[in-house]
Design a protein around this ligand. Sequence first.
Ligand SMILES: [Fe+2]
Length: 376
Amino acid sequence: MQFHMPVKLYFGPGEIQNLTRILAQDLKANVPILVTDKGIAASGILEIVTQMLPGIRVFDTIEANPKSDTINEIARELRQIKPDLVIGLGGGSPLDAGKALALLATNDGPIEAFEGREKYIHDPLPFLAIPTTCGTGSEVTWVSVITDVTRKFKMSIKGPKLYPTVSIVDPDLIKTLPKSIIASTGLDALTHAVEAYLSKPATLVTDTNALAAVQLILGSVEDAFFDIEKNSRAREKLMYGSTIAGFAFGNSDVTAVHCISESIGALYDVPHGVANSIFLPHVLAYNLPACVEKFATLSRKTGFIAKDDAMAAQLFISHIADLSKRLGIPVFKDLNIGRDQFETIANMSFLNNSNGSNPRPLEAKDYLKILENAFK
Ligand SMILES: [Fe+2]
């Protein structure tokens, strides 16, 4: 069994105020650059950070499901600037983009050339991750997911040198998150935890983190949804749950929910958290026969009491489905994806690298069934 987590993690409310000290102490950068998106710029969070980094060059053009074109364009500029640190500020998209840019700053070629594991020749630049949503986990993982716009495919670019060097996880940064983003990113984090726990490569260490994450997230996501601004305890629990869910899936894997959501994200640009939230209960229902005992553990850890494992498992799946409704998660039909597209989505999901980690084997026809069920 292995567990790899080389990230130096600063966690706590107000931790962002220590940015200058952390930069001087841990990163010693002379030419840092910052990668973010327009939403973070408009929210005022970018200003909080740049006030502590006067004169820093900011790239704020990262979009949802970050695109290879955007990454390659910024990389051309980076190679002129010659930075010595990349800072990623935002949700999963700016963090994954930051990792990709840290790699391209020291390696020639487009990002498409680095798809897969350890394809870089030179070590990527040090990377500082500052998450501002409660879902990504990217702040503690070695993977960057970038959409190849030509193939309409989500590439995984990964390797031990792609872990952030330092992450600052400050739950106060999610204080102003809109309700819909709390819902979708909170359920993305829950998906990470549940999938890590059920995945084939799960270990004792990933299980411990995954179960704790499930308890933290389910124990806080609704409170955060209803009053994120005043409920500091819910913010902390949700952010902490999201981060340790990253420990879990980063060292085990995700399963079929992510196989579908990554396909839908690449093909139709559906936000990652929304796609995961829609398919989580449907994939759980498919997986139930393969791991009733594990579902029962998830259920009992969540606080359900049932006469047997089958009943406990059922209660857990129903709870997730009901929770999605209460948090206003859209249903599959709301995405306006026609039935004629299901075969393409099913085939693409089947080819996803994480398909083999699903606890119950799936072929393209099984994905098709899950899509049909979700569409009803
Ligand atoms: Fe995810």
